[in-house]
Design a protein around this ligand. Sequence first.
Ligand SMILES: C[S@@+](CC[C@H](N)C(=O)[O-])C[C@H]1O[C@@H](n2cnc3c(N)ncnc32)[C@H](O)[C@@H]1O
Length: 486
Amino acid sequence: MDALLDNTALAQLREALGSAGYTSDGIRKHLGEDAAAAAARNDFRAALRVTGAGGRLDTLIRLFICGQTEPLDRVAAALAPLPLESATELLSFAQDGARAALELEPYGDWWVVADLSAGMRPGRPLPGDHVLGIGGASSTLAAATLRRPVGTALDLGTGCGVQALHLSTHAGRVTATDVLPRALRFAATTAALNGLDWELLEGDLTRPVAGRRFDLVVSNPPFVAGPGSTAHTYRDSGRPGDAVCAELVAAAPGLLADGGHMQFLANWLHVAGEDWTERVNDWLAGTGLDAWVIQREVSDPLAYVNLWLADASEDPSRQPALAAAWLDWFDAHRIEAVGFGLITLRAGGHDDPTVRIEDLRHTVEGDLGPLIAGWFDRQDFLRHADLLRSRLVAAPGLTLRQEAALGAEGWEVGQQLLVLPSGLRWIEEVDPVALALVGACDGTVTLQDQVDLLAAAHGVPAAVLAEVAVPLVSHLVERGVLLCAP
Ligand SMILES: C[S@@+](CC[C@H](N)C(=O)[O-])C[C@H]1O[C@@H](n2cnc3c(N)ncnc32)[C@H](O)[C@@H]1O
């Protein structure tokens, strides 16, 4: 797949950007924290004040970050040694100068090439083949990705190539696919500009990699749920409802190497009278995959439709009709809400895979990626260890929150909650048995010894107490409230 610029021009562009200091750090230092933060929110006033001197970095910032038209001599100096006649894909020329024709975004130590964002093309709806730059969903997936070293990785629906960039840091070989040839040209440009080499393949979902297996597959797919529109390729899969996400789950067993993971952002429908977890569970049935599906947000149909119409900068005069048709489809299918979340699958090779489908709507501490890695590690521990012979410790900082009401006998404790203050930040309601067990988890004795002591203290058979304790403790281990002692 050809990049937007030839190899010579790409090398010259890389030299220009590097020598001018057009990097995330370089720009932040040049603008200062406040102006840089304002520019990131599309408020360019301070950035324009700081970059008035017309140096090379000033000009690049004004062009590619603030969306200004700059005098040709300054643009030529800023991009040197890339000659302006080789920069026709990057710039659009007018009598009074040149402006950016596409987004050239510094991203960490990389540069990413994409179409101009909606904010840079005010009043114009996004075209159907728009190649998205780095957005909230891109960052959510990047932060949730497992970053352990792998041999082969696939970025399905690569667009500008942002996920493939991250994969390059820990995968031996990166393959990236997209249904849009135009998107692949952008991805090829991003790769070449950063001196990276990806296998780029064109085609629908998993077709370009049929018969191949990967250690890690990531995707921020066109998951938007609706009647099956194809209006905006970055958003619409052409499949009705949430079928594209069901299709990706169904494809996973054929895509993953032994022990491989697939992670993708997904939407699922909440249909009246049905439990959303059962719907997603149906997608997983028979796949043999371990799965952790977390729902991070739920939108009502009106908010959902308005969000996605605004996201594509739909023509405001057409919006009411588009919104009405979309909402009518939701009504006709009894859709009450749409869930958004992350699906992580693992080819675990067991007959009885572990499947959890749950809400995780609260704010967690830190990136999800390491938290997901920890979740799968704890599942492995639970699968292989004899819990009763294990020594467990309470998670660091675990606290107990009690609620009590004043009754005839004095304070009567109602709810007792274990609060995990970091990481996944679960809050678990517990009964006195769980509380006693957790309280004694200091890593010095086995769970069996704890059960024996507690059983003796309460005059119940240890075997009976063990039957209660094992599922309860394994749930707390799964949630990271209790950990295997070192
Ligand atoms: C939401 S964008 C994600 C882009 C980028 N990976 C990211 O994380 O920001 C979805 C991408 O999937 C591509 N796409 C849409 N339909 C597809 C399909 N049927 N098969 C493969 N890719 C598709 C789009 O062209 C677009 O690049």
